[in-house]
Design a protein around this ligand. Structure first.
Ligand SMILES: [Zn+2]
Length: 444
């Protein structure tokens, strides 16, 4: 596999790149006007792996017979000395328009290194479901706009037909460029399954709860970020004004469109909330999952900033259960800190981050009254790499988040009260759900 981001120095370069890019997107065209970064291209039949091992190149894309990179110009002479021939592309590079329907730029093999693309994730989930048939089942919750599967791996001991256990949902990648948010829930799933027979602590969790792993809410966006445009955030909705994408974490129905600060009515905005709540199949899939199952707690992983956020996000108001949320989030932050010494700030989403309406956690709490957290994974800021986590840090980020997720699952188990719906209604509901779910089940 090709390495993508290999050093902190590169992360700093990328920070500069983001700054340049932001001004470019605002001004409408690409020009490398300052700093030391330049765009160079090589013939596409080049051995990328050896080239990228030697130099801190940031791959941009493949177009036609060329592959393009961003690099600090101080390396240009050493690249030449190493025998590589390149073309300096400065000032005539036509950056792919953010909202262009024209997909002429396309990386044919994603430069995502250890990070999972949509298809790689599908294979990984299928492999887990196949390896642990007694403990896991893979579901397709729905299809994305571009017909990719929204996968959910349910982890449970499946002892009863109607389990009547608390559900805990771990979601990743509402936002395409937040690649690390796919890896954390996936690695948690892997850990739970591998340790069921080795660790009584894990066995108890799987025996007493249903853990739903939904690592990739936005598959179209993720692949677009991998293959076309690294900083893509939204899904790939083609909007009436010719722009692309709805921000899936502004498309849930609770306080949808509450104001134009927490989300945007403008289709071209990165915070576009869509034409209506649940207008997008990706959020609708999550809605159906929650309506057809009993959930007691949820974590939605994002990046970056190292924080644990709880409702409300739509307005700077305390949730009725804020004391509980604060307490759970603080315990999770302490557990995280103990692993690698990284401090995650804890707070009300609206006060700690910025206003967001139509987001997942407000919806999960607003409609189901459950604790729902947004965990913004490392790094802490743009200077440390922003959306660009080094792949060497994946394992550390997973390891520090594991005890927090286990703690929340144990809290859900210890506080679970069986739903008090009448028996007949419960049976009807259960049969209906079973039908729905079984139809969608594809493995085991
Ligand atoms: Zn996000």
């Amino acid at each position: 596999m090709i390495l993508f981001f290999r050093s902190k120095t590169l992360a700093v370069f990328l920070f500069l790149f983001i700054i340049i890019l932001s001004s470019v997107l605002l001004s409408g065209g690409y020009q490398v006007s300052n700093q030391n970064e330049v765009i160079i291209s090589f013939p596409r039949n080049l051995n990328l792996e050896s080239l990228m091992r030697l130099f801190p190149l940031d791959p941009l894309m493949i177009e036609g017979e060329k592959i393009y990179f961003l690099i600090d110009q101080q390396y240009l002479s050493s690249i030449k000395e190493a025998g590589y021939t390149f073309t300096l592309e400065n000032n005539r590079f036509d950056w792919p328009a953010k909202n262009s329907a024209d997909r002429k730029f396309h990386l044919e093999s994603g430069l995502n290194g250890a990070y999972h693309s949509y298809s790689e994730l599908g294979s990984a989930l299928k492999a887990l479901a196949t390896a642990y048939p007694g403990l896991s089942r893979l579901y397709i919750l729905g299809k994305s706009l571009e017909n990719r599967n929204i996968y959910a791996l349910k982890i449970s001991n499946y002892q009863a037909v109607k389990e009547n256990k608390p559900g805990v949902a771990l979601l990743g990648c509402h936002h395409a460029r937040e690649w690390i948010s796919v890896e954390v829930p996936l690695l948690i799933a892997d850990y739970l399954l591998k340790n069921y027979n080795l660790d009584t602590h894990i066995k108890n969790i799987i025996d007493s709860a249903e853990i739903w792993i939904i690592p990739l809410v936005n598959p179209d966006g993720l692949d677009y970020s991998i293959f076309n445009y690294r900083l893509w955030r939204k899904n790939r909705r083609f909007n009436p004004d010719g722009s692309f994408g709805v921000d899936l974490n502004r498309n849930y129905s609770f306080a949808w469109g509450y104001d134009n600060e927490g989300s945007s009515p403008e289709p071209s905005s990165d915070l576009y909330r869509g034409p209506g709540p649940f207008s997008e199949p990706e959020t609708l899939a999550i809605k159906n999952l929650f309506q057809n199952n009993h959930f007691s707690a949820a974590i939605s992983y994002h990046s970056f900033s190292q924080s644990i956020l709880y409702p409300w996000g739509y307005a700077n108001l305390p949730a009725e259960k804020e004391d509980l949320f604060q307490q759970l989030a603080s315990t999770m932050a302490d557990l995280i800190y103990r692993v690698n010494g990284r401090r995650y700030e804890v707070g009300r989403a609206s006060a700690s981050l910025y206003l967001t309406n139509g987001n997942f956690t407000d919806w999960a709490y607003g409609f189901f009254q459950i604790p729902a957290f947004t965990i913004e994974l490392p790094p802490i800021d743009l200077l440390q790499g922003g959306f660009f986590n080094s792949q060497e840090d994946i394992e550390n980020i997973f390891k520090e988040n594991l005890p927090a997720a286990l703690f929340l699952a144990e809290w859900a188990i210890s506080t679970y009260v069986k739903p008090s719906i009448p028996e007949s209604e419960a049976k009807e509901k259960s049969d209906k759900n079973k039908q729905k779910i079984i139809k969608k089940e594809i493995y085991n």
